[in-house]
Design a protein around this ligand. Structure first.
Ligand SMILES: [Zn+2]
Length: 265
């Protein structure tokens, strides 16, 4: 019994969905009713910026979605719109820089590449029953129109095998068991562990270097014993996965790139 809500948060695990910049809202005014739903950047009128009032916001904040590049300016309910817009305009070059360097989406199929355990594999036609890795290539048999789906199924199966093996090993080292392991395509977190012992992982982890998958499994399994991110928790992670800092940094810096791959439209 107990809490069943997954504990582990995505931000702690290094996948930041949003890029953020914020400044405190200094002027408190009567609530503005005339906030438009969007505006455009003066220097780049092709770029729309969604405007959002939030009761919870205490600061102006600017977010760029790593997934679709949508730009959103959030304003506290009673903060000045004019000041919010001047904050937006000040950060215009920051926004444009990030939009320029945002990785483009890749629709996986024959002739494309896909990362697998940190290596880049060329996806090419193959024979036999299912996809297989051979000499830096991922051979995918069957209808080319279905190649993306078959690559995704291959990745999910490989993710399940590797995440189950890593979770079993870490859980055995802790002398604990977990209840269930599920895979999802989560955008806000790489893994979670519930108080009832259910582990959840993103199958996209199998595209990252093997040490990254190892670290996330160690992280979630460590939550079976420590349902927090205390120093005791991190000591446990270090014990299960020595050198975990590097994969953690990798996720923070490179994790978003794993989400650029699409397997079918
Ligand atoms: Zn955690």
């Amino acid at each position: 019994m107990g809490l069943s809500k997954p504990f582990c948060s995505g931000a702690e695990d290094g996948f930041d969905l949003w890029l953020r910049r914020s400044v405190p809202a200094v002027k408190v005014q009567p609530m503005s009713r005339d906030t438009p739903s969007s505006t455009r950047l003066p220097g780049a009128p092709g770029i729309a910026v969604a405007l959002r009032r939030s009761a919870r916001a205490r600061r102006y904040s600017l977010r760029i979605s790593q997934l679709d590049g949508k730009v959103t300016l959030t304003l506290p309910l009673r903060a000045s719109l004019k000041e919010g817009l001047s904050f937006l305009h000040e950060r215009e070059s920051w926004i444009l820089d990030h939009l320029r360097t945002r990785p483009a989406a890749v629709v996986v199929g024959h002739g494309q590449t896909v990362p697998f355990e940190g290596r880049t594999l060329a996806v090419v036609p193959g024979d036999g029953r299912g996809p297989r890795v051979e000499r830096g290539q991922l051979l995918v048999p069957g209808d080319p129109a279905r190649a993306g789906r078959r690559v995704q199924a291959f990745l999910k199966q490989a993710a399940r095998d590797r995440l189950a093996a890593a979770s079993d090993r870490h859980a055995a080292a802790l002398g604990r068991g977990y209840r269930r392991l599920t895979l999802r395509d989560t955008r806000s977190r790489w893994g979670s562990c519930s108080a009832s012992g259910d582990l959840m992982y993103s199958w996209r982890l199998v595209m990252a270097p093997a040490a990254v998958l190892e670290y996330v499994a160690a992280h979630e399994v460590a939550h079976l014993e420590q349902m927090n991110h205390s120093p005791a928790f991190w000591a446990l992670v270090a014990q299960l996965c020595p050198g975990h800092e590097a994969p953690r940094t990798w996720l923070r810096r490179e994790g978003a790139t794993l989400h650029r791959y699409r397997f079918f439209d």
